[in-house]
Design a protein around this ligand. Structure first.
Ligand code: GDP
Ligand code: GDP
Length: 438
């Protein structure tokens, strides 16, 4: 099941960051072996009882003049409405109900998204409850009191958030058409690719009318099969602040990738692969999605015998954390190799769903361990007893061993490579869970 997306919005200083950090806890990753964007604290994975969700903070740089503040809040709310399954609207019991809150509440009500109204800084539930009731006036439901600073009231708040997941996520799950997110920096050609695909394949208007998401989802039919493409460029907003534009583009990418089976990372051939591309690729890698690298604007490049080799080497260097990704050189302008892109998308979707029989896996494990001895430490040798596949999307394997600490990353990589040698799994990450069995 895909993870639901929850967005926190609210005026400056109501406590959005405090709440985000309290919920994200240590689960927010600081150091990774690839350039993820999690350390910017824009999004984090949160676990509550048996559910997991992706939390996003649409906050960003906050203006100090009153006029700009409302424009900023409107942007935040629009992004949240566009991307989230559930919105936490955070208000501040100390400042009380202000005009901007009411205006945002009107927008939220019209969007028909599930809204959870949360009143923060209720450090003393007994004394401050009368002030909480005032927020009923917003007309978006029961206000839930919390104190983000002292982590009070989280249970009730999260129960309310989780309650909405069923309706929002199940609707997506019922739709079994493959979903493809087109991701990448601005101006690499994301919209052009989708437009070109549309030009060559008949468009079908989405049947789920009235949701904001339709604006950025495009259905394309090919060989009698339907695919849903999401353009993360989407509706371009004229935000004045550069940091905000970047933040919103990350929020949009996270949401689109989360809802997709495969992400197509578009790179501009005229610019080459950049660190920013790596950041964006990290989002898809982290979420275990299929990844395809599409080097676009290939028509602009003067080529010789080494051009493809050179681009491939650059990509392998900058995107070294996704060696499994497939690369294709395309042109949205001329349509060159867009058919091949489609073939690769189809192949990656199949690989994401591939299940390998346990017998075959154990045969590979036995051969691998015979060929290269498992590592040992202080006289104790790693033993690998058994391997089995427990999930797809991404394919996930459990390996039973005698001692987890002896399983080095390099040996796990070796086993992974043996599995890839046998079955390919091109375009998809593989996940390994190491369990001890005495
Ligand atoms: P943001 O601008 O909405 O992200 O707000 P911050 O998370 O930066 O918080 C603004 C201020 O409110 C900070 O000084 C926090 O320490 C304070 N704050 C946040 N949550 C609480 C709370 O539950 N109780 C109290 N008393 N202060 C809080
Ligand atoms: P997005 O911001 O990633 O959606 O990028 P756009 O699709 O808006 O494209 C940005 C610019 O690049 C536009 O001027 C396009 O015409 C141009 N462009 C897109 N794809 C190609 C391509 O394959 N070849 C050439 N020469 N230009 C392209």
């Amino acid at each position: 099941m895909r993870k639901p997306i929850v967005a926190i919005i609210g005026r400056p200083n109501v406590g959005k960051s405090t709440l985000f950090n309290a919920l994200a806890g240590e689960r927010i990753s600081i150091v990774k072996d690839y350039p993820g964007v999690t350390r910017d604290r824009i999004y984090a994975d949160v676990r509550w009882l048996n559910t997991q969700f992706t939390l996003i903070d649409t906050g960003g740089i906050e203006p100090d003049t009153k006029n700009e503040m409302f424009a900023h809040m409107r942007e935040q709310a629009e992004i949240a409405i566009e991307t989230a399954d559930v919105i936490i609207f955070l208000v501040d019991v100390r400042q009380g109900l202000v005009d901007a809150d009411s205006k945002v509440a009107d927008m939220l009500r019209r969007s028909q998204k599930p809204i959870v109204l949360v009143v923060n800084k209720v450090d003393n539930f007994h004394k401050q409850m009368p002030d909480v009731y005032e927020f009923y006036n917003l007309g978006i439901g029961d206000p839930i009191p919390i104190s983000a600073a002292s982590k009070l009231g989280f249970g009730e708040m999260l129960d309310e958030v989780v309650k909405h997941f069923k309706t929002t996520v199940d609707a997506d799950e019922e739709d079994d058409r493959p979903r493809i997110a087109i991701i990448g920096r601005p101006n690499v050609g994301k919209s052009s690719i989708i437009n070109k695909l549309l030009g060559e394949n008949r468009v079908i208007v989405s049947d789920i009318a009235g949701t904001t998401r339709d604006a950025i989802d495009t259905t394309v039919r090919r060989n009698g099969k339907e695919y849903i493409f999401t353009d993360t460029a989407g509706l371009r907003r004229k935000s004045k602040i550069k940091e905000d534009i970047e933040r919103y583009s990350i929020v949009r990418t996270v949401a689109a990738v989360e809802r997709s089976d495969v992400a197509v990372l578009v790179i501009d051939a005229s610019v080459g692969v950049t660190e920013q591309d790596a950041k964006i690729a990290g989002i898809a890698h982290e979420r275990g999605k299929g990844i395809i690298i599409a080097v676009n604007k290939w028509d602009m490049i003067e080529k010789d015998n080494n051009t493809v080799k050179r681009y491939t080497a650059d990509i392998q260097e900058v995107l070294s954390f996704i060696p499994y990704a497939e690369t294709v050189f395309i042109s949205a302008k001329t349509g060159q190799r867009l058919n091949k892109l489609f073939d690769i998308i189809e192949k990656v979707i199949q690989n994401q769903n591939l299940r390998i029989a346990t017998g075959v896996l154990n045969q590979i494990l036995a051969e691998a361990t015979a060929l290269q001895q498992p590592p040992s430490d202080k006289g104790k040798q790693l033993r690998l007893y058994y391997i089995t596949q427990v999930a797809v999307k991404p394919p996930t394997f459990v390996i039973f061993v005698n001692d987890k600490n002896l399983m080095h990353f390099s040996y796990q990589r070796y086993i992974e490579n043996k599995i890839r040698e046998a079955f390919g799994f091109a375009g998809t990450s593989l996940k390994f869970l190491i369990r001890e069995r005495k």
